[in-house]
Design a protein around this ligand. Structure first.
Ligand code: UT7
Length: 335
């Protein structure tokens, strides 16, 4: 019986720091509102000409993860790339990584599950390892949000929240029972697809149609979020899917050494922390520095927590995410 162990982690964020005060110069918002409602102090945005894109950031994170796993590019059997903001409409980011990293003609798969993209990607990778098909899998979550946000007062409910960045993990086959990814739990509820969505350009809304039919004040090619509805669903689904993972492994909240929630909103993380009666040491948050980086948020936070020595051999690490789709999921890992 094979299990998947995380053998390497890495992350990359663009150098350009955008503070809440910076945003208040271009839209009607302020540091107090953003911090109080979301916990965010600053985020990173790609700067035009700095060479960053969704796939290049993914490559930078992947290179660090590979080095830490003590593996070379040739050891990787599969790339799984989670993003909602690929460089191109098609093809996806995975093939760009395969090219930029000069990898063999290994398969590259893109995952379109937004904030839960990384948990979904980890789950897919885990299945390939469990069946014995692959030995080492590169899993990336990367987002370039800043280029696609409405940076005017009209878009402030969404645009102050999101940031750019990438995180990566190497999944490696192990025969050590009871270690590595113990289980993953995935869900979706498409009835709420439009509550957090970007409708166009798409086959529902091609560019000429958007231009012809939409007045400037109702542009469907910026992300839309029904914030309060998403918030209410998030807190319920986070708790459900963490419980599901704990129960499947006969664990209780007290057994959690580290919970890494998707960094959607500090208030959501704090709500979940309270529900499970977890101490500050049992939960890792870094939304204050990076905002919500969607598919990248969990691998960035996981890497930082690991770098800071907050995750040790034998620890029970829980990953949980909720977002657009709606989709949500958890992963229970014995480190
Ligand atoms: O990662 C994927 C999952 N995403 C999430 O989980 C996000 C979930 N939702 C949220 O985090 C919160 O709903 C937000 C942070 C997005 C918004 O917080 P809220 O407490 O739900 O605020 P709201 O949307 O109800 O807006 C309250 C007020 C409104 O003004 P009025 O109508 O009360 O006068 C907004 O126009 O705040 C106003 N507002 C802002 N004011 C200053 C909205 N955005 C801003 C802003 N700066 N950036």
């Amino acid at each position: 019986m094979y299990t998947s162990k995380i053998s390497g982690l890495g992350y990359y964020v663009p150098e350009n720091v955008v503070t809440n005060d910076d945003l208040s110069k271009i839209m009607d918002t302020n540091d107090e509102w953003i911090q109080e409602r979301t916990g965010i102090k600053e985020r990173r945005h790609i700067k035009k000409g700095d060479g960053n894109s969704t796939s290049t950031m993914g490559v930078k994170a992947a290179e660090i993860a590979l080095e830490r796993a003590k593996l070379s590019n040739d050891d990787i059997d599969l790339i799984i790339f989670a993003t909602l903001s690929p460089d191109m409409y098609f093809p996806g980011g995975g093939v760009r990584v395969q090219d930029m990293m000069n990898m063999k003609t290994i398969p590259a798969l893109d995952i379109r599950n937004q904030c839960s993209g990384f948990v979904y990607a980890l789950s897919v990778g885990d299945q390939f390892i469990k069946t014995g098909m692959y030995k080492n899998i590169l899993v990336i979550g990367s987002e370039n949000h800043s280029g696609g946000l409405d940076m005017t007062t009209r878009g402030r409910g969404v645009s102050v929240i999101f940031g750019d960045g990438a995180g990566a993990a190497i999944l490696t086959r192990s025969e050590e029972e009871g270690r590595g990814i113990l289980s993953t739990h995935l869900h979706s509820e498409g009835a709420h697809a439009k509550e957090l969505s970007l409708e166009g350009p798409s086959t529902d809304h091609w560019v000429p149609e958007i231009i012809a039919e939409n007045p400037q004040e109702d542009i469907p090619y910026y992300p839309y979020m029904n914030g309060q509805f998403v918030f209410k669903n998030a807190v319920v689904r986070f708790s459900e899917v963490i419980n599901e993972g704990l129960q499947a492994n006969n664990l209780s909240p007290a057994d959690i050494n580290m919970l890494i929630p998707h960094q959607a909103n500090l208030r959501i993380s704090q709500f979940v922390q309270k529900q499970f009666r977890l101490s500050d040491d049992q939960v890792y948050n870094n939304i204050q520095k990076y905002g919500n980086t969607t598919a990248a948020s969990i691998p960035i936070a996981l890497t930082e927590a690991w770098e800071e020595g907050k995750i040790k051999e034998g620890d029970v690490v829980v990953l949980a995410a909720f977002g657009s789709g709606f989709t949500w999921g958890s992963a229970i890992i014995k480190w």
